[in-house]
Write a protein of this length. Structure first.
Lengths: 354, 354
């Protein structure tokens, strides 16, 4: 930190991305990436766009916004495309929270919410999950504040049913509820259908997981035609060309290739269920995940030890050294082969610790 | 604007990007893009990266940062790579300005400075350019505040010599001076050489103009190894994966292809000088530009009329409807052929208005 940094940011604790080690080749099950390459159509359109990089991108991201809206069953003016869903989440913290409107989110959730709140200098309350690590909608009802709920939640993978999301949204039309659906495509019902009914709902999503585009940075927000312009205003005040030409093209390609997308989501769900049943058989406990990751613990080995042991074996998973969840590791669901290797390695470890 | 937008942003006037019309094909001389495609090496590396989009980018942008540092003759810890230079400029407004440290910049300059200041809620003073539209270094000396100077300035194209930049930086080691070198490669001496001597200097640059990559969104900041971590801290609190895989790869390719870069800069300078002399011969007045654009006016036709007349003829230039410069139009320097068409069209207009 230099002597020039303003006081406001001197205590800021930035987000810590999952490790990306380069010293050896790992099976990467630590950042919830897809094990599948992006759609060939996405690759082709992105590659073709490389020639046209000398021209600015369309700041309105017109073509992609329209196709995304079609995919979601809404109008184009109800959608904003962003540089990853982190960007639309940051915009939402900026637009809808201030000293009089705090942010509310679970104590155990996507770690960036806390950072965004601190960055914007807005107060926030972390509402404890239940003992079973579930979100209780009633905790968010009857209190002021802008709500941020990841559904399914991370790193637990536990989803709320749509009716419960609706109950939170409907409980107070005077405040915004943001539903972060980064992992929705692996078996959770989306809240997008509610945006026609509630103007205080913002749903966010990403191409990073289910559409194999973590490396391209593409996300979106869906909300009423009154709400979206607030975010567009922030976008044009920070980063008008927020979606570059190649990413916009890749996004189009990914949306056009619906079959590949559906097929990949199905495979991830199958691999998740297979891995869950194998690990259960080995005595692991886990949350009822609907995401592309498992959140597991064992009474035979601590979360930290399991993380380190797998790392030695060439498999990266994520361990959070936080109260309440330090017993767990989060394991991204990869290809069937990756999951088989994982299960084999864990079996070997179990043998050793017998 | 929805009822949910916080008061702070309700009066925000977002940046207005140059128009990108789609109804007909124009010769685009309105957004200072390069007329040349990106280096083939950049295209190839970007296209190849499309396959690997399922993996997150390297948040430290390690390879590109190292090569950029080498290109600039500094160390990697003195460089931050960003999503366009708009991002590093925004970070600088966030990191180095607050209610006690206002932002200082010319009244006529890159229009985004005003927006960034408003976005961060920091006070700012716009210091009038001289009657000849030049920046007077003495206006920035002896007053508190973080200085933002585009060198060469936009939309005038006028550059300060390095000695004058140094005088501003040296005058007060207690405040940061940001030198925005978006257009430096077309004939201005860079201030990067000063960063070893002054820890209060931040130089920013972009791949949008001289490296034909406006559509990829790549910029950078260069400063002391104490200053850069402040910006990195903001990056990790907003957008850790700010440079996507394809853009990082294209950036590497562009840096590797130095010959193409040098050759394109030379051509733009030649085309600029040719166009300037043709327009002078037609009676136009213009600023002594060092950028990839001309800033011209005529006493025979108003800036607005010239803009509209050229638009009707299929050529887009930029007109700023602002006090002091509304007589001018800004014309991006394109290929020789584009410049010839421009000059011909203007000759025809001159004939008509005789």
């Amino acid at each position: 930190m230099s002597k020039f940094l303003i006081d406001k940011y001197s205590a800021l604790k930035p987000y810590t991305p999952g490790e990306q080690p380069r010293e050896r080749k790992y099976i990467k099950l630590n950042t919830n990436e897809s094990p599948f390459p992006p759609s060939r159509c996405a690759q082709r359109l992105a590659a073709r766009e490389a020639r046209r990089l000398y021209l600015y991108p369309d700041p309105n991201v017109t073509a992609l916004t329209s196709l995304m809206a079609e995919e979601l069953g809404v109008s184009a003016d109800e959608v904003i495309m962003t540089n990853g869903s982190d960007e639309v989440l940051n915009f939402a913290f900026m637009a809808f929270c201030d000293e009089n409107r705090e942010a509310l989110f679970p104590d155990i959730t996507y770690g960036f919410y806390r950072v965004f709140a601190a960055l914007s200098g807005v107060p926030y309350t972390e509402i404890p999950l239940g003992d079973d690590l579930t979100v209780s909608p009633d905790d968010y009802i009857g209190r002021r504040g802008t709500v941020f709920i990841a559904n399914p939640n991370a790193p637990t993978g536990i989803a709320l049913p749509l009716s419960e999301i609706e109950r939170i949204v409907a409980s107070d039309p005077g405040r915004v509820v943001v539903v972060d659906e980064a992992y929705v495509d692996f078996g959770t019902e989306s809240a997008v259908s509610l945006i026609k009914k509630y103007d205080n709902l913002l749903v966010t999503g990403t191409f990073s997981k289910s559409r194999s585009m973590a490396g391209a940075r593409l996300g979106y927000g869906v909300g009423s035609a009154e709400l979206i312009p607030d975010l567009v205003r922030i976008k044009y005040s920070t980063n008008p060309y927020n979606v570059n030409r190649m990413t916009a093209a890749a996004g189009l390609g990914a949306l056009l290739d619906r079959k590949y997308f559906k097929c990949n989501c199905k495979k991830i769900i199958e691999n998740r269920e297979w891995t869950a049943s194998e690990l259960s058989a080995l005595g692991f406990e886990m949350t009822p995940t609907r995401a592309n990751f498992l959140f597991v613990k064992s009474d035979k080995i601590s979360g930290k030890e399991l993380y380190l042991a797998l790392r030695r074996e060439g498999i990266l998973v994520r361990h959070f050294d936080s109260p309440r969840i330090s017993d767990y590791v989060r394991i991204t669901v990869g290809s069937k082969k990756q999951m088989q290797i994982l299960v084999d390695k864990i079996k070997n470890l179990s043998e050793m610790t017998k």
